[in-house]
Design a protein around this ligand. Structure first.
Ligand SMILES: *Cc1c(COP(=O)(O)O)cnc(C)c1O
Length: 226
């Protein structure tokens, strides 16, 4: 049995006040997630559109649902009516679609740019340079229904803590560059979503404001994560 209460309490004790815990509930059943809800947690992360949508429909409406995984443009419409934050915006095409679907729902959708820093080819995201080109384009400036709140990144999956730390430092550096140059007067641009079960402590030391924890809270997942 997974002891949800003690898992959440252990993490909570270690969290600085400015760091939000996003409880990653992917693959986990509603009754288990409800245990966390009943402890007072209201921010949950999912990485698949259909699962996110189903859980949103089944669970209390005061939950803040974060889409943390890779998102395909053609699926944005299913979550646009309710999603609180989209973590992994990794292309201009996706961002334009989010803007369009947000407008249809008369919403402004909060999102994070996903920065690619990991060594693995498979991790999505843009480089700091690509991001800057996008932000400077006229087309970007016309998007009125999106609200950039910061950066998200995933570090390389490696036991070498130095590599992980270096990558988080890179994210922080890019964040500070953007903050200073483009978002100085924008108070919402303040989030750094980095850190998972295996590397969240390093992420917090390097300036994370949102950690995305799954297995350490809810137990190992039955099928491997993508
Ligand atoms: C699954 C997932 C997590 C959580 O992973 P754990 O190792 O279980 O903490 C965090 N971020 C993303 C994008 C994920 O897909």
């Amino acid at each position: 049995m997974t002891d949800i209460k003690s898992n959440f309490e252990k993490i909570k004790q270690k969290l600085p006040d400015n760091v939000l815990l996003v409880a990653v509930s992917k693959t986990k059943p509603v009754d288990l997630i409800m245990q966390a809800y009943n402890l007072g947690y209201r921010t949950f992360g999912e990485n698949k559109v259909q699962e996110l949508r189903e859980k949103y429909e089944q669970m209390p409406k005061d939950i803040n649902w974060h889409m943390i995984g890779h998102l395909q443009s053609n699926k944005v419409k299913y979550i646009a009516p309710f999603v609180t934050l989209i973590h992994a915006v990794d292309s201009f095409k996706l961002l334009k679609t989010i803007n369009k679907e947000a407008a249809k729902n008369k919403r402004v959708i909060n999102f994070l740019f996903q920065l690619h820093v990991a060594k693995e080819e498979s991790k999505f995201g843009m480089s700091c340079e690509e991001l800057e080109t996008m932000i400077n384009s006229d087309e970007y400036k016309e998007l009125k229904n999106i609200n950039p709140c910061g950066l998200m990144a995933m570090a390389t999956n490696t036991p070498d803590k130095n590599i992980v730390r270096e990558e988080f430092k890179q994210v922080k550096k890019c964040f500070e560059y953007f903050k200073e140059k483009y978002f100085k007067d924008k108070s919402d641009f303040k989030e750094l979503s980095m850190g998972m079960s295996q590397d969240y402590e390093i992420a917090i030391e390097e300036g994370s404001t949102m950690i995305r924890l799954g297995s350490i809270l809810f137990g190992a997942r039955e099928y491997p994560k993508k």
